[in-house]
Ligand binder design. Sequence first.
Ligand code: LMR
Length: 333
Amino acid sequence: MKLKHLFLGALVCAFGMETVVAEPIMIKFSHVVAVDTPKGKAAEYFKKRAEELTAGKVKVEVYPNSTLYKDKEEVEALQLGAVQMLAPSLAKFGPLGAKEFEIFDLPYIFDTYNDLHKITKGPVGKGLLKKLESKGLLGLAYWDNGFKSFSANKPLLAPADFKGLKMRIQSSKVLEAQMRALGALPQVMAFSEVYQALQTGVVDGTENPISNLYTQKMHEVQKHLTLTNHGYLGYAVIVNKKFWEGLPADVRAQLEQAMEESTNHANQIAKEENDTALEKVRASGKTEVHGLTAEQRAALKKALIPVHQEMSGRIGKELIEAIYKETSDPTKI
Ligand code: LMR
């Protein structure tokens, strides 16, 4: 053995041969939320499993909290190949030309994670991901976050409480219609700018699952949080199609396995992360947390359900009906 090594060493010296070490394939994964959230944790989990399963052939760099790109920029960066993986919220696909994804933003469209999973794990969800291919993207998976609540500097217990409030939204026409249905003034804004906008009064309130509210410290600049669960917020993990299809087949299969495991992980931790965040918000004492009575919930729902009909031209009546069929009828009040 030793002799063989000596011989090879001599060959390298004699002929100037160098050992060629293959560079790892880099995956830059940019996202806008904190590490300590369902998406932040799932991205770290993907990094770990992707590097393990490919035995170092792939290196994943995760950039959380908008450190690399903000909402709009990150999608452009993916299309240009400056990053390889993103997990934007489903409310952010409209500007990409995939407006059907705004179906997930319809108020009260899903009552439970169980109803949601009938869509994200079934043919309707898969069909939606397929639509991304014409944009040069591949949708690999849906990752859960959770159900949104409203916050502001006053309790939001009835539709009338929203009148005239400037409410920050993501870039979704459905969310715009939702806020208008309540008499509020929707303001589209990048996630990274929300804390400061709330602090300085540029906007009066917002909506998000509690894990996002807590990790961005929004509860410190909002006097009231109302637990409404009026809509869902989750993600699609997307990659540049050309990049993904250009990967060696064995590496791609290992990454697909890492993605499947990370998706299971994300969907297992999402509810608990949001429940824990709510406990922490309560414990902070910085914001007053309100629940809704059954009557208050019904009144809010009554004001918001017409948004389904109003947006059916944009999203597609058939798609909305396909979801109604799979889930418990969301229009029931
Ligand atoms: C938001 O912009 O409010 C959220 O979608 C951010 C995120 O990615 O969860």
